[in-house]
Design a protein around this ligand. Sequence first.
Ligand SMILES: Cc1cc2nc3c(=O)[nH]c(=O)nc-3n(C[C@H](O)[C@H](O)[C@H](O)COP(=O)(O)OP(=O)(O)OC[C@H]3O[C@@H](n4cnc5c(N)ncnc54)[C@H](O)[C@@H]3O)c2cc1C
Length: 367
Amino acid sequence: MKKLAIIGGGIIGLTLANYLDLTKYNVTVFDNPVGQATKASAGIISPWLSKRRNKKWYQLAKDGAAFYPKLVQDFSLPHTVYQQTGTLILRKDGDLGSLMQLAEERKQSAPEIGNIQLLTAEQVTEKLPLLQAQPALFITGGGKLDGASYLETLRQRALTKMITIKTDTAKLSRIHDQWLVQTSDETEQFDAVALCAGPGLPSLLEPLGYTTDIRAQKGQLLAFETSFKNSGSWPVAMLDGESDLIPFEDGQILVGATHENEGGFDLTPTKEAFSLLKEKTVPFLAESTFFDTYPAAYRVGTRAYTSDFAPFFNYLPDNPTAVVASGLGSSGLTTGPYIGFLLANYFNEGNNNWENYQKPIGTYLSK
Ligand SMILES: Cc1cc2nc3c(=O)[nH]c(=O)nc-3n(C[C@H](O)[C@H](O)[C@H](O)COP(=O)(O)OP(=O)(O)OC[C@H]3O[C@@H](n4cnc5c(N)ncnc54)[C@H](O)[C@@H]3O)c2cc1C
């Protein structure tokens, strides 16, 4: 039995832990969740109509979204954790024709996009009563994931499978053919490591002599606890701008999120974020009183991103017993579970057919 340490217990780390073959590995997860992106996230799983041109990223995001039904089944995720309620896409200029065309094209290779419908203004308000009457594109394949509840479900699952979870910051070093993981109270030896530390990856790799192309980006979103009924079954609305509306169960309405490169690791909620998100969202709403009626709780997290905004996951160029995964940016709830699954396949079976999904690892790591 080999000892494997996972450093970082966000969506990649805990998914990987739960897919590992525990007849082969004795697993410990180290996580210090300060600023964790997964817990702070908005929850949208709907990558198909992205304007990004990076084909490898799109392939990964598309396959990541297609992986969700398996994920839901494998981990028996209840609808309070993941729900496929569809996505409404709105455009200020009303140009939904080209979007519809793009959706039809993308559906050729991504049937999981589901039905594509151009909805009338009345149909839109029927689906999501908070929205102003305006036409929108509706795709039935879109879903929403409650990141914090997902992690809690996977954490409980991991504990019942005798996976150890330690809440502490870990440091990494290498002696002979062993990895040393040091926390505040002990140092443990491991045969293999998975570094799923989001924006914390550069400091983990720095003592090993690596420079890592990862930056930290601050993201803020607003969470309103409202008295709206049936919000759990409402679809996500992707508004035309830097704001989306994500309704969850029991009247919880999320609005977000910001992308603040200069904010880095800062976790302070700001009035500027509130004003920006309000300004971007209210023009699309018929019912916007919740901005004034209910106090908003802020969710602030740190995303990791690379120079070309593409994620990477691979083993270290000089050591196949260590894998790294980071740079998931704004779409990590979509790609993260699939990356965790692929990394588990690497440890379980030695599979590493990943080149369709990313540039060579040397693009992001150098010594
Ligand atoms: C506000 C916001 C909204 C978002 N909305 C969406 C969305 O709608 N759809 C979507 O697909 N994606 C969204 N994302 C992106 C998504 O949340 C992230 O890309 C994804 O969660 C990253 O997962 P991860 O496992 O790589 O990192 P994380 O979730 O950040 O987990 C990494 C963990 O490692 C820990 N760690 C780091 N270093 C160490 C160390 N040395 N020792 C111990 N622990 C360590 C961190 O503290 C953290 O807990 C959003 C992100 C934010 C911030």
